[in-house]
Design a protein around this ligand. Structure first.
Ligand code: ZN
Length: 279
């Protein structure tokens, strides 16, 4: 993949598209369309002399046009009001409105920008690192170490028993909102072991017949969700009351607040619902 960095005084190639982040917010207009002409996106920014420099990075081609992504972490220097009805939208809040190809571009850009920002220095010897001119790699000229984009594999699992599911409410969820069990795979674990461990740690039950369903990039900040459906085996529900504050069995209809189909957790629930309907 081509990787280029420019100062704010240079322009992006003609007809390029730009995804612009300020922190975790996307700058877009009322259409919630996240990709806009770079010239349009940067016109207001280049007029404002007191705005900070931002760096942009090439992501991919979209219908023959190069797509770039840029992020500023310098919140306080950005205006509250943007011209032409542009405003800030939280990336997560926009998820239900994004089509798959837009989501993939934004997820890719967000993760690469975060990785680049977090690896400006060599993690082995501490010298300043530089971007490889062609690869997605941060290179250290002092010791030769290369740092590649990090992706954290996570499991997410729907536990089933007959026509019921066991869903849990994380302490960070809004009241009444339940979802699947999820967590990071630990070093040395197989994916299936990660499913067994996370489920037992979070809700105190054991499971069997772990079936892979699908995966989804989850750029908050750099996870890869591996989705499974599994069958309850044994044990009583037990939550720690800190990370997981509540868990219970029920039919999917018994949980009015749960993830939508844009998230892999919602897709797992739909896949399970489909199997029940066909039985
Ligand atoms: Zn080094």
């Amino acid at each position: 993949m081509q990787a280029e960095r420019f100062s704010s005084t240079l322009r992006l190639p003609a007809d390029s598209l730009l995804i612009l982040f300020v922190g975790n917010d996307l700058i877009t207009d009322a259409s919630a369309e996240p990709l806009h002409s770079a010239d349009k996106m940067l016109a207001f920014w280049q007029k404002e002399q007191n705005l900070p420099d931002i760096e942009w990075r090439y992501i991919a081609q979209r219908e023959g046009l190069p797509v770039y992504c840029a992020r500023s972490f310098d919140w306080q220097h950005w205006p509250d009001e943007f011209p032409e009805h542009f405003t800030r939208y939280g990336f997560r809040a926009l998820l239900p409105q994004l089509d798959q190809s837009d989501f993939e571009l934004i997820a890719s850009g967000s993760q690469l920008l975060t990785w680049e920002q977090d690896h400006n220095y060599c993690s082995r010897c501490g010298h300043k690192a530089r971007m490889h001119p062609i690869e997605n790699a941060m290179c250290c000229d002092a010791c030769g170490y290369r740092q590649y984009p990090r992706i954290n594999p996570c499991i997410i699992a729907l536990i089933t028993r007959g026509d019921e599911v066991l869903l849990a409410r994380n302490a960070s969820f809004k009241p009444g909102y339940f979802s699947c069990i999820a967590g990071f795979i630990e070093p040395g674990e197989s994916v299936e072991q990660g499913v067994q461990r996370e489920i037992f740690e979070e809700v105190g039950v054991t499971v069997k017949n772990i079936r892979y369903q699908s995966s989804q990039s989850w750029p908050f900040p750099h996870s890869l969700m591996l989705g499974f459906i599994c069958d309850y085996d044994s044990g009583e529900i037990k939550v720690d009351g800190e990370e997981i504050v509540e868990a219970r069995w029920g039919r999917l209809d018994d949980f009015p607040l749960k993830p939508g189909s844009f998230a892999i957790s919602g897709q797992l629930m739909q896949a399970f619902a489909d199997t029940i309907e066909t039985e």
